[in-house]
Each structure stands twice: as structure tokens, then as C-alpha cells.
Design a protein around this ligand. Structure first.
Ligand SMILES: [Zn+2]
Length: 313
């Protein structure tokens, strides 16, 4: 049985690790700065893979987690906001030409979902909904024991679900997507706008505001911070009611920094979910969990994708 080589392409660093199938402890691991705006991102990635390639064992497959949008069926990165030189970039084809093993690719949120399912908070479930609340909102869905990828490979872009047609502008250019209201970036932006409009707050002395600052202020009883998180939670509850109606999971896993916002975010979220859910049966025996893999979710998800996709030797 051969090894699996996993790669996680992040905004600041590219990580690579060599695993035995099903192991969460890498045999070897290395990382290199992405330098996303400098030329040669692919060359750095290829050199990183070569640096941990085993001399005395077989590699069955390479699994790759990359920011999207991308097409997992063709292995082409359509575009990523960070890495400007990757436009319709044939990532898996190039790695296959160099290393001569099957290469599998999906976006980081889908693979975080897959990683949590196989190795983390989703173990034992066959229907998993994963939401990461960080600078953006990413999503992934495992349905009936399979990762949903979709016809174009663009399934489960849950952050770009419309919950408020006349709402704030999303980074993608459309209005009222849940990412534009409830991501960490959106939470911080709303708090800043309200302070600039003259609302009193403990945060008014801060030169920059993060979603963490909003959580901290809410914990100290700051009314604007509490309202900001309640607003984000209310719309997340609406989005989640939609996601439950679409996917009917047995576990909902929250990842990302803003998922640490505590009851100030989650109490309004659950209240809104109960208010908006089509039928209470969706909530019966539904588990809510926090992601457990942290920074390793992409690497482990990429391993899981390669294991599921590549036969044993
Ligand atoms: Zn959007």
C-alpha cells in the first residue's frame, strides 16, 4: 500500500505532508511561503512536493487543497483572489506531468469538510454540513457519505447564498450574500461603520476592529458589539435554515475564527434557525460541533480526497 502526498495551498504558505493512508500523523512535512503575488507560485509548490517525495516507497496519489473557484473534475484552478497568476491554471495536469501519479484537487472549504468528516468532528456521520466563518464564509457538504462537488465542481459555495437581496455588497459583486453580513470581515465592518456613524462603543478607541474585538466587547456588555453579533447570528440562522432544508445533515460543524464568538453570536443564530426552519424535524437529533482539525483540516481533507479517489496498490 502506497503513501498519499497532501498539499494545502494557503494565502501565506504552502504546506505539504506525506501520509500513510488514514493516518493523521505525517511521515514528513514541509512548508514554503506562498508569496502569492510574486511569480513562480507553481514552481515553489512543485519544489516543495519534490522535497518530501520518498525515495524508497510508492506514492499512490497527490491530494491538493486550493482556494477556489476551481474545477475538481478537470483539476483546473479557475481563479483565486490571492494568486493572480493562476487563471484557468491546469494544476493537476502539471503535477501529473512531473510526478506521474494521479492528482486530485478540491477547494479548501470542501476539503476541510471532508477532513472533519474522516478525521474530526464529523466522524460517525454520513450527512455533514461544514461552515467556516472567517474572513469569508466557506462551506462543504457530505451527503450520504459522499462529498458534494456538483456538475461544474462548484457545489456548496454556501457563503454566496442570498439571504437579503438589498443587503450589503459581497466581495463577489452581488448583494446580500451571507458572507457579506456574517463573515468575520463583515462583522468587523458593520461595527466600524456604526461607530463612524456616531454610535457609542467600547471599541471606539481602536484603530482597527476585528471580529475578535467585537466578541471581546460583547463579552464586556458593549451594546453595539452585542447588536452586531446578533445581526450576524440572525442572518446565519436564516442561511442555516435554508441549508438544512437543502441538505438535511445530522451534524453541523462550525470552523474559522469567528466561530469562537460564543453565545452572543450563537444564541441569536439558534433562535433565528428555530424561527425560520421549515419543519422542526430537521433539528431532531441534529448535532452542532466545532471543527477540531484547525490548521490541518486542508492537509487531512486533501489526504481523504486522494484516499477516496485513488485505489490501493
Ligand atoms: Zn458573494
Amino acid at each position: 500500500m502506497g503513501l498519499i502526498l497532501s498539499v494545502d495551498i494557503g494565502g501565506t504558505q504552502i504546506r505539504a505532508a506525506l501520509f500513510e493512508r488514514g493516518s493523521t500523523t505525517p511521515l514528513r512535512a514541509e512548508r514554503t511561503p506562498t508569496k502569492a503575488h510574486a511569480p513562480g507560485v507553481y514552481d515553489r509548490l512543485e519544489a516543495l512536493v519534490a522535497s518530501i517525495w520518498p525515495q524508497d516507497q510508492t506514492v499512490d496519489a497527490i491530494g491538493l487543497a486550493s482556494p477556489g473557484p476551481l474545477d475538481p473534475h478537470t483539476g483546473i484552478v479557475i481563479a483565486t483572489p490571492n494568486i493572480k497568476e493562476w487563471k484557468n491554471f491546469p494544476l493537476t495536469e502539471k503535477l501529473f506531468a512531473r510526478f506521474h501519479v494521479p492528482v486530485f484537487l478540491d477547494n479548501d472549504a470542501n476539503l476541510a469538510c471532508l477532513g472533519e468528516w474522516k478525521f474530526g468532528a464529523g466522524q460517525g456521520h454520513e450527512d455533514v454540513l461544514f461552515l467556516t466563518l472567517s474572513t469569508g464564509i466557506g462551506g462543504g457538504v457530505v451527503s450520504g457519505g459522499r462529498l458534494m462537488q456538483g456538475y461544474h465542481g462548484l457545489a456548496a459555495e454556501l457563503g454566496h447564498t442570498t439571504v437579503w437581496p438589498d443587503g450589503p455588497l459581497c466581495g463577489c459583486g452581488k448583494h446580500g450574500h451571507i458572507e457579506a453580513i456574517s463573515s468575520g470581515t463583515a462583522i468587523a465592518r458593520y461595527a466600524r461603520e456604526q461607530i463612524e456613524a456616531g454610535r457609542p462603543s467600547l471599541m471606539d478607541s481602536l484603530s482597527t476592529i476585528t471580529s475578535r474585538d467585537v466578541s471581546d466587547a460583547a463579552a464586556q456588555g458593549d451594546l453595539l458589539a452585542i447588536e452586531t453579533l446578533a445581526r450576524a447570528g440572525k442572518y446565519l440562522g436564516i442561511a442555516l435554515a435554508n441549508f438544512l432544508a437543502a441538505f438535511d445533515p445530522s451534524v453541523v460543524i462550525f470552523g474559522g475564527g469567528a466561530s469562537n464568538s460564543g453565545p452572543a453570536l450563537f444564541d441569536p443564530l439558534y433562535a433565528s434557525l428555530r424561527e425560520n426552519i421549515f419543519d422542526p424535524t430537521y433539528l431532531k437529533n441534529l448535532t452542532f460541533a466545532k471543527a477540531t482539525l484547525g490548521d490541518d483540516a486542508g492537509l487531512l481533507g486533501a489526504q481523504a480526497l486522494a484516499v477516496l479517489s485513488a485505489p490501493d496498490h
